[in-house]
Design a protein around this ligand. Structure first.
Ligand code: ATP
Length: 319
């Protein structure tokens, strides 16, 4: 449905995109995940038609839209800070795109009510935007982007300014809304959890290229190289029989014993992360959901499930 084909963009000699390729199917959410400066925003801008690529093409429904101006692409955008118009009420913000497109008043009113309902803000039409919470403002920004029924929606760190439970809730709501309307979306984030929660597939970017693109489970079980594994949060990278491997933390099993020292124990929600060091100095991270988990300073034995050992491709780790 949406295809970015071999796109490159350079700014003053800095290669923001270097032969980037992605494909997004109808109704799919593709999460684009990468560190700061990896080219995520530039990629969105190219898809939206806000940045003209030096080479390569953008195809929408098989049609080359590389030279089509942004407003004629039928693509919606939502950025980190929704930047609502402060002097308009909620309805005035949501109907903005429809008004520009010349949609008649009654039709606009109906569509505004429809999208506000969709994002859980039914009846908010007359509220001044200054009286809304951060989460509500982002919902209004989402409604505004959805109101013209775009062919695809591009989201750039839309939850960036929110934190804690509010962020988690909006994340769930976004996934639900996308599913409900079968939206085709590209969601840019540097947050692994967010990419895994929202993306049907996740494209991992580094230095203007997609290094791996796969569904979350596949990405987690088979990260291609050391950099990707580490970026996803895996730290158990080591040599095994002359091969560079990563051991997924859930494959490191802890049991009573006296082989390794427990360095730290950290609960993150339902899961406890346990870091251990062997007498040879090798460190491993394990995760457990056991309430009766080891304590820092204690001694345990670890077993490694071979199914959780992933061979890594050679690629120099940047930085
Ligand atoms: P972040 O997560 O920090 O937003 P990003 O992955 O979205 O980063 P981009 O904003 O796409 O990365 O930037 C990619 C590279 O291109 C960076 O090195 C950035 O400094 C550079 N760049 C982006 N836009 C411009 C511009 N208008 N002029 C010059 N350089 C730019």
């Amino acid at each position: 449905m949406l295809r970015v084909d071999n796109v490159s963009v350079a700014f003053d000699g800095c290669q923001a995109l270097a032969g980037t390729r992605i494909e997004v199917a109808e109704g799919e959410t593709l999460a684009v995940l990468g560190p700061s400066g990896s080219g995520k925003t530039t990629l969105l801008r190219v898809i939206a038609g806000l940045t003209r690529p030096d080479c390569g093409r953008v195809l929408l429904d098989g049609r080359d839209v590389t030279a089509v101006p942004a407003h004629a692409r039928g693509i919606g955008l939502m950025f980190q800070d929704g930047v609502l118009f402060p002097h308009r009420d909620v309805a005035g913000n949501v109907e903005f795109g429809l008004r520009i497109a010349g949609v008649p008043r009654e039709q606009r009113r109906r569509r505004v009510a429809e999208v506000l309902e969709l994002v859980g803000l039914r009846g908010f039409e007359q509220r001044p935007v200054a009286t809304l919470s951060g989460g509500e403002q982002q919902r209004v920004a989402l409604s505004r982007a959805l109101a013209p029924a775009p062919r695809a929606l591009l989201l750039d760190e839309p939850l960036g300014s929110l934190d804690g439970p509010l962020r988690a809730r909006l994340l769930d709501d976004l996934a639900e809304v996308f599913e409900a309307i079968g939206l085709t979306a590209v969601h840019v984030t540097h947050d692994v959890g967010e990419a895994f929660a929202l993306g049907h597939r996740v494209a991992v970017m580094l230095e203007g290229r997609v290094v791996q693109c796969a569904p979350p489970d596949e990405l987690w079980t088979r990260p291609r190289d050391e950099w990707t594994a580490r970026f996803l949060g895996m730290t158990n990278v080591c040599e095994l029989d002359g091969r560079r491997v990563v051991v997924r933390p859930e494959a490191v099993r802890l049991r009573r014993g006296d082989d390794v020292t427990v360095l730290s124990v950290e609960r993150r929600g339902a899961v406890v992360h346990v870091r251990v060091r062997g007498d040879d100095g090798d460190e491993f991270e394990a995760v457990t959901t056991e309430l009766d988990h080891p304590r820092a300073g204690g001694r345990v034995t670890i077993d490694i499930d071979p199914a959780g050992v992933v061979e890594l491709e050679e690629r120099p780790s940047p930085g």
